[in-house]
Design a binder for this molecule. Structure first.
Ligand code: SAM
Length: 375
């Protein structure tokens, strides 16, 4: 028998174990009786979606359909929905004090229905079917026909409601899954895709080269930058029609399954603990970069209230206090109603919506909150 050799540097508790312990302590209370089933799903193989590349010539959707997949966006439940009112900035600030829930109000005029970004297609296998997608193969022009990603991460892009001629800022864009989804709309006049990490920006550039035709990557359509997004509002204020703020977070699924590049590694404790401050600064910069009337979507892939609703509440407060910018939280309940066949949504969030992992549809976690600038 070979004696196990103990390296002095070997961590006593691997980061995945530290992450699980941390989540048990926090989500046990936050998610209540749902936590054990979410925990099992997080530790099980995740499910992917295939974001269809509209710029590729292969009729890949037919092939995927023949394998049993369906486009979950086309398959949305569009039956009459209950009416929902938008939530105002003051409502959000009230959550800090007494935590009311998102609600409909019969005395308010009915809001206009939620509009979604067009032309995005994402194929998924049915509930409970855990078939894996084959790797995509390039078409005659070298473009790949689909991009594999967590299908729930398409939802923030749909919620952003891209319209023809919009200018869009993707503040934390690498490696580019959501940038890809936004570009599929083929409606964006100018997209700025930024990520502070140079190595990850290089990956983003590569992804875009593999999926997007050269003419749509020209300087007049696309700018790729590698800047610290927290300073964006200082240089480009009141500019973009739409802003996506898909922040770094504890990436819960990765943290409990992979020891490599894990934010629960002891050497990254400070970075992890200061994530909420970074998230607030990024969202605030995104709000300031949007034009008055513009819309912002904040998203994460964590279940943590501290990194989700608390961040939105603080950024909304600081936008008003420091920049005299009023924002309204747009109620995304119509979106959760449309896609409830495909995803499990948390039922009781006071601000924003969240896809929670479930063994039969093991997507997420994805949190998203949509804001609209009123001033
Ligand atoms: N939106 C990407 C996608 O869909 O593929 C995923 C983004 S990932 C959740 C968060 C990104 O934020 C990381 O790539 C990280 O490098 C970047 N980031 C971290 N701090 C940042 C900052 N201060 N400014 C801009 N990007 C930042």
């Amino acid at each position: 028998r070979v004696k196990a050799k103990w390296a002095a540097t070997r961590p006593k508790y691997p980061p995945t174990q530290l992450a699980l312990g941390h989540f048990d302590a926090t989500y046990g209370g936050q998610m209540g009786e749902l936590w054990p089933s979410i925990r099992v799903a997080l530790l099980s193989e995740r499910k992917y979606g295939a974001l269809v590349n509209n710029f590729c010539h292969d009729a890949v959707q037919d092939d995927l359909q023949a394998m049993g997949c369906r486009d979950f966006i086309d398959d949305a439940d569009t039956e009459a929905q209950p009416s929902y009112k938008p939530e105002s900035a003051s409502d959000v600030n009230n959550h800090l004090n007494d935590g009311p829930t998102q609600s409909s109000d019969v005395d308010d005029p009915p809001p206009s229905p939620l509009k979604l970004s067009p032309n995005i297609r994402c194929m998924v296998f049915p509930r409970g079917d855990i078939t894996r997608f084959k790797p995509a193969r390039p078409d005659m022009e070298g473009l790949l026909p689909y991009y594999l990603l967590d299908a729930a991460s398409v939802l923030p892009c749909l919620a952003l409601n891209i319209e023809e001629g919009h200018t869009v800022l993707d503040l934390c864009a690498a490696p580019g899954g959501k940038t890809m989804a936004l570009l599929q709309t083929n409606a964006i006049r100018f997209l700025c895709a930024n990520d502070s990490s140079r190595t990850r920006t290089a990956r983003l550039r590569k992804v875009l080269q593999s999926y997007i035709p050269k003419e749509l990557r020209s300087e007049e359509h696309l700018r790729i930058t590698s800047l610290d997004g927290t300073y964006w509002g200082d240089v480009e204020r009141n500019t973009f029609d739409r802003v996506l703020v898909d922040v770094p977070c504890t990436t819960d699924r990765h943290s409990v399954t992979e020891d490599d590049n894990n934010i629960f590694n002891r050497s990254r404790t400070k970075e992890r603990q200061t994530l909420p401050q970074l998230q607030v600064a990024l969202l605030l910069a995104g709000i300031v970069a949007a034009c008055p009337g513009g819309q912002i979507v904040y998203s994460t892939c964590t279940l943590s209230n501290t990194q989700n609703l608390r961040v939105v509440e603080q950024a909304v407060h600081l936008a008003q206090e420091n920049h005299a910018i009023k924002v309204e939280v747009v109620n995304l309940k119509p979106l959760t109603h449309m896609f409830r066949k495909t995803f499990h949504f948390a039922s009781d969030l006071s601000v924003g919506e969240m896809v929670i992992p479930h063994l039969a549809s093991n997507f997420g976690p994805i949190y998203m909150c949509k804001l609209k600038r009123l001033t």
